[in-house]
Design a binder for this molecule. Structure first.
Ligand SMILES: CC(C)(COP(=O)(O)OP(=O)(O)OC[C@H]1O[C@@H](n2cnc3c(N)ncnc32)[C@H](O)[C@@H]1OP(=O)(O)O)[C@@H](O)C(=O)NCCC(=O)NCCS
Length: 147
């Protein structure tokens, strides 16, 4: 492994991030254009985790007044279980605390056990269920974490 670090996503990262998002989330993944828009979105915080030159994970969060919506977080399948998602989430939580955010929300597929155990371990609590939220009819679970 090379040097592992987290940084803001910039123009040069977009191709790799969009590729990773497409691989992991299939048709629900964001394309290049969607990530381009996030770069111009003043409320958006998009951070990537890199292994040398390679992007191995990212998150997209929207900072809306004193609330944060974690829109997407993902780690490359070959890099799972190495605390990379943890580092990304810590990066967001620390940012939220520093800038007086009060709460973080996110939604996740009911069947996504791995992500759910990751969120629970990080003090996220069940808030509600959105029925038929995803295109295939699966429900979304909404979690919240107070800061
Ligand atoms: C969910 C995801 C981001 C976790 O990434 P990761 O880098 O493997 O997570 P970490 O290594 O930081 O692990 C943190 C915690 O995740 C959970 N976790 C990791 N591997 C797990 C496994 N095989 N089974 C269950 N839980 C697991 C554990 O709670 C772990 O804590 P631990 O280290 O004390 O066991 C990753 O699996 C992923 O990208 N999935 C596809 C995209 C996705 O579903 N994103 C969430 C959409 S809402």
């Amino acid at each position: 492994m090379g040097k592992i670090y987290i940084k803001d996503m910039d123009e040069e990262d977009i191709s790799q991030v969009a590729l990773l998002s497409g691989e992991l989330f299939k048709r629900e993944g964001w394309d290049r254009e969607a990530f381009e828009k996030e770069l111009d979105n003043p409320i958006s915080r998009v951070r990537v985790i890199k292994d040398g030159f390679k992007i191995v994970g990212f998150y997209v969060a929207w900072i809306i007044s004193d609330e944060i919506e974690l829109a997407s977080i993902a780690v490359h399948s070959e890099y799972r279980g190495k605390n990379f998602a943890q580092q990304l989430l810590d990066d967001l939580i620390n940012y939220g605390i520093k800038f007086n955010s009060k709460i973080v929300f996110l939604e996740v597929r009911e069947s996504n056990e791995r992500a759910i155990s990751f969120y629970k371990k990080n003090q996220f609590e069940y808030l509600s269920t959105r029925k038929n939220y995803y295109v295939d009819g699966e429900n979304a679970t909404i979690f919240q974490r107070k800061l």
